[in-house]
Design a protein around this ligand. Sequence first.
Ligand code: AMP
Length: 402
Amino acid sequence: MKVLVINSGSSSLKYKLFDLAGPRAICAGLVERIGSSQSSLAHTLYPDSGPGEKSEIFECFETHTQAIEKVAELLMAGDDPLVRSAQELLAIGHRVAQGGEFFKANCIVDEKAIEGIRQNIVLAPLHNPANLAGIEAAMAHFPGVPSVAVFDTLFAGSLPDYVYRVALPAAFYKDFKVRRYGFHGTSHAYVTRKLADLMEKPLDNLNNIVCHLGNGSSMTAVKGGICRETSMGMTPTSGLIMGTRCGDIDPSLPAYLSSCTGKSAAEIQTILDRESGLLGICGMNDMRDIHKAISQGDDNARLAFEMLCHGIKKYIGAYYAVLGRLDAIAFTAGIGENDSQVREKCLEGLEHLGIIVDQELNAGLRGKSGRISTHDSAVEVWVVPTDEELEIATICKDLVTA
Ligand code: AMP
């Protein structure tokens, strides 16, 4: 039972092939710089045991279709191919950034779904066209294999209206779909379920906060498996400070900056998304570089680290209040899974809220699941590695075999 998962970005395409019988990842890869003469494909094959074997192909992929053709060739070539024929694929799962209010559930892609994803391009102009290109290329290349759309916004579809509405003139919601959507939903849903398993607690009786801290970061407050708050908004720019995105800022700032610099709204938006966040504060957006710089006395790096951790702490406090009772906090994604200093700093001084970190457990945990709170901590704190691709593959299996 094999499922191929595809995540297309504006100029990239990630893929991962699963054998769901395990479940086991068979191979994965990344095509970068699609549309440029310097595009490349890095393909990693995972043997039954041991480390993955990586190979790199440098080729010009003009379009997502060409990239998918190459991926298909890699999967189906040779005497002992990873996929013997398209029929061996149960489904192809696609991460779709923005489902808007059109989609109330993940779905097998048909013409109506394609139209819905197209209608939502206005809300995600960089991501939805790329997602659509990936879907159309996969459908053309693997006819007869169901394509499944899994929406990054769906988990936050359960937000109450007083959380998702934005305090602007009401007509903007009706006319321009202005509201909080939230993103990283597949990760937040996967981590919440995994957390309930690890804690051996029924999901419907778990109140938790998920801190998805990567290059893009977001937090959710989850009650009984249902998302009640999320830090990302209409777009992924809002919420926490991220690698290159500014997170929450004064809404009057873009107009002020535009008048100071003479830059257009679009130019200011690019600065908020690509030149801000950790990068804007200290010139680096990778926490590993930031820690190295702090150890060498770089004060801007210290400031970036402290601003990030302070922001996470503020959201923890706010979401604790929203949930009323908090059972657990889960850290995930590149920073959440690996960076014990960020975890320690943002939970520092919260003992009076029943959140007590075991310094030794925290310092020793990297890239795998485990509890990092003390036994007498009322709120359990866990590291739970995310696996968005596996979550998408599992959704595919559930939808296609239902
Ligand atoms: P993601 O977007 O989830 O892939 O996370 C990527 C980010 O995780 C990188 O930009 C780093 O800031 C961070 N990261 C990855 N590995 C480590 C590590 N070992 N220690 C600290 N931060 C890390």
